[in-house]
Design a protein. Structure first.
Length: 283
């Protein structure tokens, strides 16, 4: 809701005569709170019902966390804009104010993300992980109620809700690479709705679009979903885009991680090249 209100505000600010109404849609990911996402199965757990509302003309525009949006967009829909990104890194909120390196041996950390568990477990093998679902307020309550030592979340959500002050540590990407598209919002419309597509285009960010295309093309080439621990992050420097990625092989072997560079004008090709390099290394 906070993300949708932000997009609505940006659209109104850039189009004086525009009225925007919020249409609330509860998704499978919203309803199923007692099971880890990788156990629920399937893609689009936070997006499918929203996309169906678009296709039924119950809404004209949808706002998604890009990291939740599958790479195979349904026929008839298109992403009209990738918003300016918040910091894409994951964060640790520690009950005792301890940083990741300061957590005691055997500390319990709340997260249901296989991506986070794989990376944090490799960095701190002595940590234990507890499954946690729900919105940010729910997770903060569980941190206290369950007596865990910490929880790991995407920093972007906390920032958008004005809760950045609760963050103990922004985790370096050398320790924990984010999910593809993390920190970016995707604004989705019907492909044949030229007017809404034009209106939504005012919040499109070139750097976010480059990042999105590079990171998501790598994920798509690898067939990524919530069952496969993988992460990607593209960084732009002038005309060069550097894309880093990791994946855990299906046989449960060690993390495979590498990087590739390419021209910012060819982000999708860069993503495929990085994926091929990961596959060559055993992913």
């Amino acid at each position: 809701m906070a993300q949708s209100r932000w997009v609505a505000g940006e659209l109104i600010a850039k189009h004086d005569s525009l009225d925007v109404d919020l249409v609330v849609v509860r998704t499978t990911g919203d309803r199923v709170q007692d099971v880890a996402l990788h156990e629920v199965g399937g893609k689009g757990l936070f997006t499918r019902e929203v996309e169906e509302a678009l296709l039924r003309h119950e809404a004209d525009l949808a706002v998604h966390s890009l990291k939740d949006l599958p790479s195979d967009v349904p026929e008839g829909l298109a992403v009209a804009a990738y918003t300016v990104s918040e910091d894409p890194r994951d964060v640790l909120i520690s009950r005792a104010g301890l940083r990741l390196d300061g957590l005691p041996e055997g500390a319990r950390v709340g997260t249901s993300s296989l991506r986070r568990i794989a990376q944090l477990g490799a960095y701190r093998p002595g940590l234990g992980f507890a499954p946690i679902r729900g919105n940010i307020d729910t997770r903060l309550r569980k941190l206290e109620a369950e007596g865990w030592d910490g929880i790991v979340l995407a920093g972007a959500g906390l920032t958008r809700l004005g809760l950045a002050g609760k963050i103990t540590e922004w985790l370096p990407t050398t320790v924990c690479l984010p999910a593809a598209g993390q920190g970016i919002l995707a604004v989705q419309v019907r492909e044949d709705d030229a007017e809404t597509r034009r209106i939504a285009g005012c919040v499109d960010c070139r750097e976010s679009r480059i990042r999105a295309e590079a990171e998501r093309s790598a994920m798509e080439r690898l067939g990524g979903g919530c069952r496969t621990p993988m992460g990607f992050l593209a960084k732009i420097d002038g005309d060069t885009c550097r894309l880093e990625g990791f994946v855990v092989p299906q046989d449960g072997g060690a993390i495979v991680r590498t990087a590739a560079e390419g021209n910012v004008e060819q982000p999708a090709e860069l993503g495929v090249r990085l994926a091929e390099a990961l596959l060559a290394l055993g992913a």
